[in-house]
Design a protein around this ligand. Sequence first.
Ligand code: SF4
Length: 505
Amino acid sequence: MTVLVLGDQLTRRAGPLAARPDERVLMIEARAFAARHAYHPHKRTLVASAMRHFRDALREDGRPVDYHETATFGDGLDAHFDAHPGDDLVVMRPASYGAADRLRDLVETRGGTLRVVENELFCCSPADFDDWYDGGALRHEDFYRYMRRETGVLMEGDEPVGGEWNYDEANRETPPDDYEAPDVPTFDPDATTRSVQDDYADVNAGTWADPEPFGWPVTRADALAALDDFVTHRLPDFGPYEDAMVEGEPMLDHALLSAPLNLGLLGPREVVDAAVEAYDERDDVPIESVEGFVRQVLGWREFVRHAYRVGMPDLADANRLDATRDLPDLYWSGDTDMACLDAAVAGVRQRGYAHHIQRLMVLSNFALLYGVDPHELNRWFHVAFVDGYHWVSTPNTVEMGQYAADLFATKPYAASANYLDRMGDYCDGCPYDPDATVGADACPFNALYWDFPAANEDALRSNHRMGLVYGHLDDKRDAGDLAAIRERATDVRAATDDGESPRTE
Ligand code: SF4
């Protein structure tokens, strides 16, 4: 019997590694897998370095680890079964749809067996979710309250701590002009990380130009230090400024824990408990900060995992607005004069990261209004973000960001410069006018924002949550303004398609 450990299951505290402390361990670092897409180099380095560090930590504990660096995953299994013919493998269920079946085929064709056990890297098991979900409308808020009740997190008996379940409205402040967020910790590459960087230096070289030095946590100790730093320094302001966007503050007060969480270096319950403990023991952590953080981890992260599980395989192919445009090259090149997009893409290019409101309201929002094929955008999020995996990016991008599926989103997350200017300060330094809709200097988001409901009237007018938007659209149509707005939207798309500035119309 051998415990197979996948690259995003790097924990000794759960699953078969915890249950079978004396068994041999198999890990496979498949180079072809890493080269299959134009992954951001920080992501490739993060995953491979975390795997090698985990291997070394297991060996230091005295566990036998067969670690194969091979071209393909199948090659690694060949090497394993050459050494251990007919071996029985046990693995935690992979998070990606269909991966367990593919793994089993690979193992069985080599004469082995594969036992797939519960993935314990989440708080809510599939059985518990399926007991809760009755197959009707799938709503995050309902699931979140269920999770709070089930776990007792931020609960006083049957009631939520503070009296409210959700402090979302207190998460929309913007910081003062002179605000400086605490520095975020970076973890300098050690010899293991540098060897990974050397090994993959030629893979997709040039796609991501010149990222900043790698600094993501790659070990359990690093990850715990990152958690402690967040809880100590950034948790207090995290809640009030959760939805803010600030020029020169690409991390603001965000936790930056999704990457180590999604690798298994941290467990979701321990990060939730750390935040709640800080709230209980300190006076500087407001309820909107701890509740906002708990909502992200215990609520949203668990919710999208199950939405993905329930929604696949249809979710991956959904495209209810029939959006078919190519992803603009600016998402790769960063070549745009739109200040909000420029900042968000720059963060991705530099470190494989943009915070959640940049992801939803800038990167996804522009793609939605522009009419990008949701699956092109999903691929981009998957390869570009250090925390992007298919189970994460698909529900967040295809459904939440692009309104392409009908599992849980109740309206498209579309916004004009009005929202972006209110929640961020990028417009101050942007060559476009956030208050204008037509004309060469008008913010491109604005014409696209009004073109979007006009172009998708058949799909969206009957949605009662779009009533206000269609009321305003009708006013613009009646006033004779809509034709010019749609013409401006066409010009914006044409210029962007050509890699030109929408100001050159
Ligand atoms: Fe973004 Fe428009 Fe504001 Fe420029 S004016 S930063 S493009 S929202």
